[in-house]
Design a binder for this molecule. Structure first.
Ligand code: GLC
Ligand code: CA
Length: 538
């Protein structure tokens, strides 16, 4: 796959000093739910701008905004009808420029969410394409004749349920859609589509945007013959409509464009559970800068599981690449809920935070995790996510997309109006202002761990090595020249000495904030679900 391309220098060779997306912490914002500035109950760009001080205080280096482009919102922005503008519900281009300027003035970079695999069916490109078989835009999408019996051209299923093909009677053909029928698939085998996408990337880079998260990037190329997918035990394997080898060439072209700008980056949603496949999307340092490793996100609450996922991905990412870790997003139950526990739920949030912020690899935080926001139960008749309708209410993603809990009281500091989704039932006690006032809160732990990471390069750039410890402990070492950080995370419910090597401790932090740090690492005692990072000499 990589052929005889020249291998790039390693990141360390390329860039001795700070690289924001490698050494920093990135924070995902779901724009509908972060901050509403005009009382319509929906978050917007001006709202995000007004909350930048929270993000600067927390210490994040970049924000990734889920799509804020014009959209009919069939999939809440992942159906784009104009890639070079802002949806009026979020504001306009001037609001965007103001947000960008104010973020940059605080040292915060801005990543936009590009949806290259499909557009909205209301995009003028698709409107033209569907109008006639002879339209010059017809081939920007994927059209095929029905089978002789009228059936869809092949057996591909939509990820969102039902066939991946929709019949258009006016032109007598089906079009392909991997997601909703309102999200027709763009045809990346058409050079005009590729060049339109490159123009979009230039448009935002020229405005000052720092990077892109690429939605379902592993699916942009399909089998050219559109062969049927095999089925195993009634389950369709997505062999011919995702992870096609031709995606890599498309990414290399895009990367060349990105590299013609200064310090920009690409992080890809490569939604494959096999980390070996995910790692191929780094190429030889000439494809993605970062690829999300979803196997880590789906790990059960178990020290050995995390140890395995982290070590496996670390071994797979090429040395020109860089790992990353993420526990929550707009597509999965929040980890505070996934890992909740009758008595140790809050401790688990703390331990997860310390793990995320001490591993080797860029941490991605999801808004609200810094205060331990849980998934919110949404009554079936109030569900908004199309998945609740096309699949089942159990698949509904509204629960992880509820408004940020800023303060107690009506509107929770999020809105003066009525919020588009309800707040968590814990909003009066679990909110930013409450935790800001409490130095032992989860919010302060996030902030202190981010600060420690920034102040001690060993914690972002140092090497990574797992350490032998007890079954219930995930312990590892980070090293950078003469400095060392030892991390021990007790996933169990009983206290334990993790048996770290002897070394005198000169800094660090514990998730149980009141306990003093150990004098010598070997004597560290951890409580149930407690974790510690200890800075020691070499
Ligand atoms: C990605 C997004 C998800 C969206 C889908 C279709 O998986 O993260 O939210 O529904 O793509 O665009
Ligand atoms: Ca608003």
């Amino acid at each position: 796959m990589t052929g005889s391309r020249p291998s790039r220098p390693t990141l360390q060779e390329q860039e001795a000093d700070h690289l924001w997306w490698r050494d920093g912490v990135i924070y995902q914002i779901y724009p509908r739910s972060f901050m509403d500035s005009n009382g319509d109950g929906i978050g917007d760009l001006e709202g995000i701008r007004r909350r930048l001080d929270h993000l600067a205080w927390l210490g994040v280096d970049g924000i990734w905004l889920s799509p804020c482009f014009p959209s009919p919102m069939a999939d809440f922005g992942y159906d784009v009808s104009d890639y070079c503008n802002i949806d009026p519900v979020f504001g306009n281009l001037e609001d965007f420029d103001r947000l960008l300027t104010d973020a940059h003035s605080r040292g915060i970079r801005v990543i936009l969410d590009l949806v290259p695999n499909h557009s909205s069916d209301r995009h003028p490109w698709f409107q033209a394409a569907r109008s006639s078989r002879a339209d010059p835009k017809r081939n920007w999408y994927v059209w095929r004749d029905p089978k002789p019996d009228g059936a869809p051209p092949n057996n591909w299923n939509s990820v969102f349920g039902g066939p991946a093909w929709e019949f258009e009677p006016q032109t007598g053909q089906y079009y392909l859609h991997t997601f909703l029928k309102e999200q027709p698939e763009l045809n990346w085998r058409n050079p005009e589509v590729v060049s339109a996408m490159h123009d979009i990337v230039r448009f935002w880079f020229n405005r000052g945007v720092d990077g892109f998260r690429l939605d379902v990037i592993h699916a942009i190329a399909k089998d050219p013959e559109l062969r049927d997918n095999p089925e195993v035990d009634g389950v369709q394997l997505r062999l011919h409509n995702e992870n096609h080898p031709d995606v890599h060439g498309m990414l290399r072209e895009l990367r060349r464009l990105v590299d013609s700008y200064d310090a920009r980056m690409l992080v890809g949603e490569v939604y494959l559970m096999d980390p070996a496949k995910v790692a191929t999307y780094y190429g030889l340092g000439d494809e993605l800068h970062l690829a999300f490793n979803f196997s880590f996100m789906h790990a059960p609450w178990d020290a050995a599981a995390f140890r395995t996922h982290v070590a496996r991905f670390a071994a797979l990412v090429p040395e020109q690449g860089w790992p990353d870790h993420v526990l929550s997003s707009h597509d999965a139950r929040r980890h505070a809920s996934r890992y909740d526990h009758a008595t140790l739920g809050e401790e688990r949030c703390r331990l997860a935070a310390l793990m995320l912020l001490t591993l080797r690899g860029t941490p991605f935080l999801y808004y609200g995790e810094e205060i331990g926001m849980r998934n919110v139960e949404i009554p079936v008749n109030a569900m908004q996510d199309p998945l609740a309708r096309t699949l089942t209410p159990q698949m509904c993603r509204d629960g992880e997309r509820t408004p940020m809990q800023w303060q107690p009281g009506l509107g929770a500091g999020f809105t003066d109006g009525s919020p588009w989704l309800p707040f968590g039932i814990d909003v009066e006690t679990r909110n930013v202002s409450r935790q800001m006032a409490d130095p032992t809160s989860l919010l302060h732990l996030y902030r202190d761990a981010i600060t420690l990471r920034r102040q001690n390069p060993v914690l972002h750039s140092g090497s990574f090595q797992t350490l032998d410890s007890a079954e219930q402990v995930f312990a590892f070492e980070r090293r950078d020249g003469g400095t060392r950080a030892l991390v021990a995370l007790n996933f169990g419910t009983t206290p334990i000495n993790p048996r770290l090597p002897a070394a005198s401790v000169h800094g660090g932090l514990r998730t149980h904030r009141q306990s003093p740090l150990a004098g010598d690492a070997a004597s560290l005692q951890l409580g149930p679900c407690e974790g510690a990072v200890l800075l020691t000499d070499g």
